[in-house]
Ligand binder design. Sequence first.
Ligand code: HAM
Length: 420
Amino acid sequence: MQKFKRIKGTQDILPQQANLWQNIEQTIRNCMAQFNYQELRTPLFEQTELFTRSIGQTTDIVSKEMYTFHDRGQKNLTLKPEMTASMIRAYIENNLASTSSFTKLYYITPLFRQENPQAGRLRQFHQFGAEALGSLSPQVDVEIILLALEIYNRLGITDLSLMINSVGDPQSREVFTAILKSYLKPLLDQYCSNCQKRYDTNPLRILDCKEENCSRLNLKAPRLIDYLSPESSQHFEQVQSLLIDHGVKFELNPFLVRGLDYYTRTVFEITSRELGSQDAICGGGRYDLLAEQLGGNPTPAVGFASGMERLLMVLAAQNKLPQNNERLQIYIAPLGDRATHQASLLLQRLRHRGYKADQDYAQRSLKSQMREANRYNAQLVILIGDNEIDQNLYSIKDMRNGQQYSVKIDEIDQFLEKTL
Ligand code: HAM
């Protein structure tokens, strides 16, 4: 019989790992709550046009990587390749601006991009991220960066690099694009084939090409930050000086462009040497015009998203994966039919009282049941056999110190309360 395999570029998160994920997600949620960000969940798929209009037709994500399909009603739908567009769609559709002119939202979600799978690059991956909607203040750009850094810090990650840049507003970008193109034109045949294609479709992206030759040629290219409008320039200076005041180390990287078209002004990436060629653990920036582009009121906004799988890779490389401290409180080991029946009644009662408990159902030998209790890291084992039933008591072994007890059935609650 054919055995099925998971789709290339996807992962099963097995129980041990799922436990790690929950642990990390809890740290993320706690930190988001402390920064006063609230969770917003959106559907896994959206109308395709939401993404083409926001991320941009010529970006890699839209032109090559989206899982797009027609449903039975011939609607053109796409599995979310990123979350920002969905958040803004939900923000507008649910009129969240009516409650407050400043809204802070976060998410932890699976996403889908049909990329070439490799370490740290999957087709179904997960991001956590935050979006602050309704403020132009550079303080908020900095809050978003501090929030991402605080989460990494709480998880114990060290040695990250923060790169920032400003991509200005569309007017300065238009002027700059013409200047950049005239610089690139005579050199174009020395650039990689990807960059040659980008010359017509998305010339700014040539600036952050990772090919060695292209990066070398780019060193002499004009820099967008030299063509910013006075407002964008001032905003960027304020962001930098606030970061300095907060003691945050960063590198100004004039070649940082990002692969999504909605950005205005501040953009940033956080990278880790631990990640190899896919070294970005986090990316984000300001997108002041997106809400309007999606039919909403003008709403300046800024946010970040961080890859969960890459976060786990960095944690593993730095030996900082949270410990799995999960343990069962009580394992019931019955011997014989009568005992198995009694165990199941006791088990249900214990669970109802809030204990994390389990029992053997397979009528295995005492030795195998004790092995199973060890596998679950059980604190107590309650042994029930014919003797115990006849004498109206339970034999209890405390697995933490090897102590044994005989406890009367009607005194079990007090015993557990005292011992656990
Ligand atoms: P992005 O740079 O496309 O930005 O993705 C953010 C992060 O998601 C990356 O730095 C990386 O850690 C992770 N990531 C992206 N693609 C993959 C993949 N195929 N496999 C594994 N991890 C991946 C955005 O998505 C923007 N929405 C960020 C943002 C939020 N900008 C403003 N607000």
